[in-house]
Write a new protein. Structure first.
Length: 420
């Protein structure tokens, strides 16, 4: 089990230095992926508030926000006031030998502080500058703030999520545009670093929550482009294949993915209802995928009472034996305990200096030769300030002076030079 004092790094990005100025979710998700893959990520939090997710409570683990803890593991924390010149000078020194900068402020905020792309590129031409925003840095909405709820609505996602026509629009339960924007930013950073290998130059990586939502509409956009009609919500059903949805059983719900003709015929066989199976197999309404899509309501009405005859476990056993893709509908806590999630190390644990043992979601990318790992818990506010500044050429006298001026902050336990 990793503990909060480990400093060693593994992973394919070992040796990469990242300055993370971002907050809440999209930027921190990007930085966390880079850290999990071995990068040295220094999370710079503003004084006195720190990352807004520190105040997203309840719940807490000890006195720490659970929301902050899960998004910021594997990072070192530095608390810095960027308002005074001394604080901006500290950030400039950090950026001179950094590889990546991540920020998710509104357009113009970084420029006002003196750290817009042009200024940072002049300071360190090799640095990759990643900007994550609500709508991107160009276009008529570039100055708008960005939130997952707004992006889900404007990207079309809420119009295709929900029980069906006539029902209110529904937000996807997870902050999918925030998380996807973080993943897109990570992909963009890695592509820019690859380009740097041949050009020697860094560049701007610009992505947004709006675009992160749009890319989830690939199938629905294809339908709209082809027909001129925007598809609406279909509950758990698929817009192009059937049956591909959740069905109630005698004791819960399962998902059934009979999304091609072979799986459909295997499903018909697995249903084991002699009075029904020939009808399903021969009924012209259900004979091909196109027929089943045209008659989806009738198909669902026909299958539902069959699935309600047996338990979820019985159906999953039958469907697995028949080779039909299917699975249970798990609650989040049940997913955490699922043997496949555990085997894939998707639930990990760290030791936090004050919160104790803290569970988190693991790295979803596996490497055969340079595995990533979860090495440390999320930092206390300013936990690694002295450590990071020392590594960047600051003497203890300079650090103590910055501390006395309120330009930096650190926990009492590290003010005298010790490290948590």
């Amino acid at each position: 089990m990793p503990d909060g004092t480990q400093h060693s790094r593994t992973g394919p990005l070992k040796g990469l230095k990242v300055i993370d100025l971002s907050h809440i979710m999209a930027g921190p998700a990007c930085a966390m992926l880079l850290a999990d893959m071995g990068a040295d990520v220094i999370k710079v939090e503003r004084i006195p508030q720190g990352d807004d997710s520190r105040r997203m409570v309840p719940p807490t683990i000890g006195d720490e926000s659970a929301a902050f803890l899960i998004m910021n593991r594997n990072k070192r924390g530095l608390a810095l006031d960027l308002q005074p010149e001394a604080g901006r000078n500290v950030l400039s020194r950090l950026l001179r030998n950094a590889d990546v900068l991540i920020e998710n402020f509104r357009r113009g905020a970084m420029e006002q502080m003196g750290f817009g792309y042009d200024a940072v590129h002049a300071l360190n031409p090799k640095l990759v500058y990643c900007s994550i925003s609500g709508f991107g840095r160009t276009g008529p909405y570039a100055d708008r703030g960005g939130f997952d709820l707004v992006a889900q609505g404007m990207s079309g996602l809420m119009s295709i999520t929900g029980e069906g026509p006539g029902h209110p629009p529904v937000k996807i339960g997870a902050p999918v545009t925030d998380i996807t924007a973080g993943v897109l930013a990570c992909v963009g950073i890695l592509a820019a670093l690859h380009s740097r290998e041949s050009t020697g130059q860094g560049q701007m990586v610009d992505t947004s929550l709006f675009e992160a939502g749009i890319i989830h509409t690939y199938w629905h956009s294809a339908m709209c482009f082809a027909t001129g009609r925007a598809p609406g919500p279909m509950g758990t059903a698929h817009p192009l294949n059937a049956p591909y949805q959740a069905f109630p059983t005698s004791d819960g719900w399962i998902t059934v993915g009979a999304a091609n003709q072979g799986n459909w015929l295997r499903l018909v066989d697995a249903l084991g209802a002699p009075e029904l199976c020939p009808k399903l197999d021969e009924d012209p309404r259900f004979s091909t995928n196109a027929d089943r899509m045209r008659n989806l309501a009738a198909l669902t009405a026909t299958l539902t009472p069959v699935f309600q005859r047996r338990s979820s476990a019985e159906w999953l056993r039958r469907l697995e034996q028949a080779g039909v893709p299917a699975g249970p509908v798990l609650e989040v806590g049940q997913m955490h305990a699922d043997p496949q999630a555990l085997a894939r190390e998707m639930v990990v644990e760290t030791v936090h200096p004050t919160a104790g043992n803290v569970k988190a979601i693991g790295l979803p990318i596996k490497f055969s030769d340079t595995p990533g790992d979860v090495r440390r818990a999320a930092p206390l506010f300013g936990q690694h300030t002295r450590e990071v500044l020392r590594e960047n050429g600051f003497s203890d006298t300079e650090i103590d002076q910055l501390l006395s001026q309120g330009v930096i902050q650190m926990p009492d336990s590290v003010q005298k030079g010790t490290t948590l």
